[in-house]
Design a protein around this ligand. Structure first.
Ligand code: 4NP
Length: 150
């Protein structure tokens, strides 16, 4: 299974989501899954995750400092089985890049697995500083995804 976590900048939410999913997979001794993250925007390409995302993850025993931001690109539709986005803006932006219906259907809100049909999002913590709250939502989403596909 190949999963790509996606947000806007790839420095706050999707790096934490990549870290959480890898952490949960490690706990399961499941090493054959591939997890990566990307941003729809290109402002932070090559950068470390935001220091607040690094700190929040570290508080939960997860090291995300080996990650570097990259921008989502169309090849990712072929490379990954699931494209999991954080909010409805990401959902629209990524679906707009899909060439066909099956690719569009690969794109889902991460929290769809925890709260089906509710259009629940992981709000952007970059300005509101709610990193712990974001982390908790991401954790719930990853656990729910694994309950369905793990
Ligand atoms: P992310 O957060 O999408 O969770 O990585 C953001 C990071 C940077 C910006 C916006 C959101 N920015 O505008 O620079």
């Amino acid at each position: 299974m190949k999963i790509l976590m996606i947000c806007l900048g790839n420095i706050c939410r999707s790096p934490m989501a990549e870290g959480v999913m890898k952490h949960l997979l490690k706990k399961d001794s499941r090493h054959d899954w591939e997890v990566d993250s990307a941003g729809t925007g290109d402002w932070h390409v090559g950068q470390l995750p935001d220091r607040r995302a690094i700190r929040t993850s570290k508080n939960h025993g997860i090291d995300i400092t080996r990650q570097r931001a990259r921008q989502f690109n169309k090849n990712d539709f072929e490379r990954f089985d699931h494209l999991l986005v954080m909010d409805t803006e990401n959902l629209k932006d990524v679906r707009n890049l899909a060439n066909n219906q099956p690719d569009k259907e690969k794109v889902k809100l991460l929290l769809e697995f925890k709260y089906p049909g509710k259009q629940m999002i992981v709000p952007d913590p970059y300005f509101n500083e709610l990193f712990e709250e974001s982390f908790q939502l991401i954790y719930e989403g990853c656990e729910a995804f694994l309950e369905e596909f793990g």
